[in-house]
Write a protein that binds this ligand. Structure first.
Ligand code: H53
Length: 839
C-alpha cells in the first residue's frame, strides 16, 4: 500500500545524494567516472575526443535530471501542450549550447583545465547533428531553443535519420557528396527509449464491415514496421525547463512473420525484415523541391503515425473525452511535410475511436496550425494519388472525403465557379493526379502562418489568393527569428562579453529587446575601439580556418565579404561571382595609384548544392574556376581573394558569421520567404548587402535603410521586368545596353569563351542568364548591385561610420530573436502558456 510505497521512495532518496553538483571538483569526478566506466578508457590516459565523450555524458546526466523534473511537472499540471511536427531539425553541436544553457560554462572550463584539457578544443571534437537541409531545418532548431527557454510545454517530433545531410567535398572544384554516417562515434545527446515503440502500418486494402448495425471502413494493412523513440533533451537558458525532441527510428517489427519462418526460408525472411530499417535511413538532400518518391512518402507517414500514436496515448492517459483535445493539444505542421497528420487524426478518431465524421472534423479543425515556408506556387508539395493510394489506401479515401466536404462548402459560398473550385481543390486533376498538401493544410488548419511580412503579403495576393478571400482571418504573419543563445553566446563569446559589459547586464540573453540599449553608446569612442577589437579577433579565427581549409592566406585588413547558404539559382550566387569577376577586371585595368585606394576584399562563398541540381553544381565549379584565376594572379595580391568554404554547416556558420564584415543576401525579390542567415549576421555586427526580399524588409524597418546596402528590383517590379524588360528582348546582340549593361555582357562573354576554362561545362549556366532567359534578373539588377558594392567599399574606408552601422545592426537585432517569434506563436496561434518547473 501507500506505506510500502513511501518506504521505497525514502530508500531511493537516501541512496542518491540529491542532484548532481556543478562545482568544478564534482564535475571532474563525474568526467573521470565517465572516462573510466562509460568510455572505458583509463582515467590516467585519455585524449581530446574521449574527454569530449566523458564531458558530454557528464552534461547528459544533468540534462536527464532536469528533463525528468520538467516532465513530472508537466504531468502534474496538465497544461495544454504544443507538438511541433517537423521532418527536419538542424541541431548542429550540443555541448557548448548545453553548458551555456545550464549556466555551467565556467565550471566546465575550469574542470577540464585542471584535468589538462581546454574546453574549446574539446568542444571542437563534436560532429554536427545535420538532420535537415537548410533554413527550414535550422529554424526548427532555433524554435526548440526558444520554446525551452520561454518555459512552454512543448515537444518536438522528428525522424532520426542515420545518414544526415551529405558531406560536401570538393575535388578539382566540383562538388562530391559523401554520406554522413553521424552515429558512427556514438551520440551521447540522445536517450534510446527501447520500450517506447509503436507499430506503423503500410499498404494493404480497405474493407467494409458491419459494426453495431453500421457499415464501417477498416484498413487491413499489409506491412508493419516498428518505430522506436530516441529522446533528445533540449535545455532552456536560465530555467530548469528541459523539453524533449523525440526522434523516431525504424526497426523491423518484433511480431514474427510466422508464415515466412515456417516455410523454411529463414535467411530471406531476416533479410526482408531488415528492409524496414531503410525507412529512417537517409535524409532527402533536396531543399525546396519534391520528387514524389515512395520512400519519402513512407518516411512522412512513418513519422506522422508514430508521433500521433504517442500524442494520443499521452492525451488518453489524462483525459477521456475527445472534446477536450483542442484545449489540451496543439499540433503544428512545419511546412506540408507532416500534413498527412490530418488524415491520420481523422482515421484515428473515426475508424478507431468511432466518432462520427462531422464531430471528428470539428475537432481536427481546432487542433492544427500550419506554417508555410514557400513563396511561389511551383514550390508546393504534391503527392501523386497512385503512390498514396497504394501505400495508404484508407488515407486516400479520407482525403477524398475531406475534399468532397470542402468542395460542397465551397460551392455554397462561391457558387459554381469551376475554375476557382478546381484551383482550390485538394485534389489536382491532370496528367498526374495528385494531392495538394498545402491546400489540405490550409483547409484544415485554424491558422496559416507566413514567415515574413512580405511572404504573407505574397500568400494573400498571389499564392493562396482564393483561400485568403475565403478565410482572411486564418492568414497571419510570424516573422522568423534565430536564437541569440547559439548565434551570439555560443558562437561569439567576445561579443557576448562586450555587449554585457556595455549594457551592464546579461539579461539580453533571455530578453533580446534589451539589445536596443546599445544605441546609447553608438558614438562612444571607447566602445568603438572595443567593438573593432572583437571583430578583429573573430576575423583572425576565420582567417585561420580559411587557410587550413583552402590554403589561401588572407589579410585581416581586407573586408571579409560572405555569402553562405544553400546554392540556388534564385539566391543568385552567380550574381556574386559575376561581381567578383567585374572587380577583378577593374583591378587589372587600374594604375598603381588608383590601386592604392582600393579596399582589399576577401570574398567567401559557401553552401551545398542538392546532388541532382545541375545548375547549382555548375555555380560551385565556376566559383572555384574564378578563384583559381584570381588567387594565383600575383599582380592582384591581397587586393582580391576568393575562397569557397567546403561543407558549410551549422558549426562552420558559427565561425563564419562572427568573422564577417559584409554579408550578401541576393535573392531576386519575391523568392526568399524569409531568410534567417541575414538575422544571424545582423546579430554579429555584420553589415548586410541585400535585396528587399523576405525578412530583410523588416530588418530595414528596424535599423533604417541607411544602415545596410540595398539594391535591385523591388518585388512589385519583378513581374513587369520579366515580361517587358527582359524576356521580350531580342537575342543578346540586339539587346538594349540600358537593360543589360555592357559590363554584364562582357563578363558573360568571358565565361562563355572559356576565360576560366571548362567552356562546354559552363555553357548551360551562361545560357540561363542570357537576356532572353534571365528569369532571376541577374542582368537587370547588375548595375544596381555594383553600386551597392561601391557604397560598401566607400563606407568601409570610413571606419567610424562602419562601426556605427555595425553597432546599430546588433542593437536592432532583438526583434529577430526566435524568442519573439515563439512568444507570438504561443500567444496567438497555439494558445499555450508558460509552465515553469520550480527549482
Ligand atoms: O525556410 C526558411 C526561410 C527561407 C526558406 C526556407 C525553406 C527551406 O529551407 C526548405 C523548404 C522551403 O519551402 C523553405 O527558403 O526563406 O527563411 C525558414 O522559414
Amino acid at each position: 500500500g501507500l506505506g510500502e510505497h513511501r518506504a521505497k521512495a525514502e530508500r531511493m532518496f537516501s541512496l542518491m545524494d540529491g542532484f548532481l553538483k556543478n562545482d568544478p571538483i564534482s564535475l571532474q569526478k563525474d568526467i573521470l567516472h565517465h572516462v573510466e566506466y562509460t568510455v572505458a578508457r583509463s582515467r590516467f590516459s585519455f585524449d581530446d575526443f574521449e574527454a569530449y565523450q566523458a564531458l558530454s555524458h557528464t552534461i547528459r546526466d544533468r540534462l536527464i535530471e532536469r528533463w525528468h523534473d520538467t516532465h513530472i511537472f508537466f504531468k502534474r499540471t496538465k497544461p495544454k501542450r504544443l507538438y511541433f511536427l517537423s521532418l527536419e531539425f538542424l541541431m548542429g553541436r550540443s555541448l557548448s549550447n548545453s553548458v551555456i544553457n545550464l549556466g555551467i560554462q565556467d565550471q566546465c572550463a575550469e574542470a577540464l583545465n585542471q584535468l589538462g584539457f581546454e574546453f574549446e578544443v574539446v568542444a571542437e571534437q563534436e560532429g554536427d547533428a545535420a538532420l535537415g537541409n537548410g533554413g527550414l531545418a535550422r529554424f526548427s532548431a532555433c524554435q526548440m531553443d526558444s520554446l525551452a527557454t520561454l518555459d512552454y510545454p512543448a515537444w518536438g517530433y522528428g525522424l532520426r535519420y542515420e545518414y544526415g545531410l551529405f558531406r560536401q567535398i570538393i575535388v578539382d572544384g566540383f562538388q562530391h557528396e559523401q554520406p554522413d554516417y553521424w552515429l558512427n562515434f556514438g551520440n551521447p545527446w540522445e536517450i534510446a527509449r527501447i520500450h517506447v515503440t509503436y507499430e506503423v502500418k503500410f499498404y494493404g486494402t480497405v474493407e467494409e464491415v458491419e459494426m453495431n448495425g453500421d457499415k464501417q471502413k477498416i484498413w487491413i494493412p499489409g506491412e508493419t514496421v516498428e518505430a522506436v523513440a530516441y529522446d533528445n533533451p533540449i535545455p532552456g537558458y536560465g530555467t530548469r525547463n528541459t523539453i524533449n525532441l523525440r526522434l523516431w527510428a525504424a526497426k523491423p517489427s518484433s511480431k514474427f512473420d510466422l508464415e515466412a519462418y515456417n516455410t523454411g526460408d529463414y535467411i530471406n525472411s531476416v533479410v526482408n525484415r531488415q528492409r524496414a530499417e531503410t525507412i529512417s535511413n537517409v535524409l532527402y538532400p533536396d531543399d525546396r523541391s519534391h520528387q514524389g518518391k515512395e520512400l519519402r512518402l513512407k518516411q512522412q507517414y512513418f513519422f506522422v503515425s508514430a508521433s500521433l500514436q504517442d500524442i494520443m496515448r499521452r492525451f488518453k492517459e489524462e483525459h477521456t473525452n475527445f472534446d477536450e483535445l483542442p484545449e489540451k493539444v496543439a499540433l503544428h505542421l512545419n511546412d506540408t511535410h507532416p500534413s498527412l497528420s490530418i488524415a491520420e487524426v481523422m482515421r484515428m478518431l473515426v475508424d478507431e475511436e468511432h466518432l462520427n465524421w462531422n464531430k471528428a472534423w470539428d475537432i481536427v479543425c481546432k487542433i492544427f496550425s500550419f506554417t508555410t515556408h514557400t513563396m511561389v506556387a511551383e514550390g508546393l508539395e504534391k503527392i501523386p494519388v497512385d503512390l498514396l493510394g497504394s501505400l495508404l489506401p484508407r488515407h486516400l479515401e479520407i482525403l477524398y472525403e475531406i475534399n468532397h466536404h470542402f468542395m460542397e462548402e465551397l460551392k455554397e459560398r462561391i457558387g459554381l465557379d469551376y475554375s476557382r473550385l478546381s484551383q482550390m481543390s485538394i485534389v489536382e486533376e491532370g496528367a498526374v493526379k495528385s494531392i495538394r498538401m498545402a491546400n489540405l493544410s490550409i483547409v484544415c488548419s485554424h491558422t496559416v502562418n507566413g514567415v515574413s511580412k512580405l511572404h504573407l503579403e505574397t500568400l494573400k495576393t498571389k499564392t493562396f489568393k482564393d483561400f485568403y478571400g475565403l478565410w482572411p482571418e486564418k492568414f497571419q504573419c510570424k516573422t522568423n527569428g534565430v536564437t541569440q543563445r547559439r548565434w551570439i553566446v555560443v558562437s561569439n563569446p567576445s561579443l557576448r562579453d562586450l555587449i554585457s559589459k556595455w549594457l551592464g547586464t546579461e539579461a539580453w540573453i533571455r530578453d533580446p529587446d534589451i539589445l536596443s540599449g546599445l544605441r546609447d553608446h553608438v558614438d562612444n569612442a571607447d566602445f568603438h575601439l572595443e567593438w573593432k577589437m572583437v571583430k578583429r579577433i573573430n576575423k583572425m579565427r576565420l582567417a585561420e580556418y580559411i587557410e587550413a581549409m583552402s590554403g589561401v592566406k588572407v589579410s585581416l585588413d581586407a573586408m571579409f565579404d560572405v555569402q553562405v547558404k544553400r546554392i540556388h539559382e534564385y539566391k543568385r550566387q552567380l550574381l556574386n561571382i559575376f561581381g567578383i569577376i567585374h572587380r577583378y577586371n577593374c583591378l587589372k585595368n587600374m594604375d598603381k595609384d588608383s590601386r592604392r585606394k582600393v579596399v582589399p576584399r576577401v570574398c567567401i562563398i559557401g553552401g551545398k548544392a542538392a546532388p541532382g541540381y545541375e545548375m547549382a553544381k555548375k555555380i560551385i565549379k565556376l566559383c572555384h574556376a574564378v578563384a583559381e584565376k584570381i588567387n594565383n594572379d600575383t599582380d592582384i595580391g591581397d587586393l582580391l581573394k576568393l575562397v569557397f568554404i567546403p561543407d558549410y554547416n551549422v558549426s562552420v556558420a558559427e565561425l563564419v558569421m562572427p568573422g564577417a564584415d559584409l554579408s550578401q543576401h541576393l535573392s531576386t525579390a519575391g523568392n526568399e520567404a524569409s531568410g534567417t542567415g541575414n538575422m544571424k549576421f545582423l546579430m554579429n555586427g555584420c553589415l548586410l548587402l541585400a535585396t528587399e526580399d523576405g525578412s530583410t524588409v523588416e530588418i530595414i524597418e528596424e535599423i533604417g535603410a541607411d544602415n545596410l546596402f540595398l539594391f535591385g528590383a523591388k518585388v512589385d517590379e519583378v513581374a513587369d521586368l520579366r515580361e517587358n524588360g527582359v524576356s521580350n528582348l531580342a537575342p543578346l546582340q540586339n539587346a538594349s545596353p540600358l537593360k543589360v549593361p555592357l559590363q554584364f555582357v562582357r563578363i558573360l562573354r568571358m565565361v562563355r569563351d572559356g576565360y576560366f576554362g571548362h567552356k562546354d561545362y559552363f555553357k548551360t549556366l551562361c545560357d540561363s542568364v542570357e537576356a532572353a532567359n534571365d528569369y532571376y534578373l541577374l542582368g537587370t539588377d547588375f548595375m544596381s548591385y555594383l553600386e551597392a558594392q561601391a557604397a560598401a567599399d566607400k563606407t568601409f574606408v570610413n571606419q567610424e561610420k562602419w562601426t556605427r552601422m555595425s553597432i546599430l545592426s546588433v542593437a536592432g537585432s532583438g526583434r529577430f530573436s526566435s524568442d519573439r517569434t515563439i512568444q507570438d506563436y504561443a500567444e496567438s496561434t497555439w494558445k499555450i502558456n508558460p509552465c515553469r518547473c520550480p527549482l
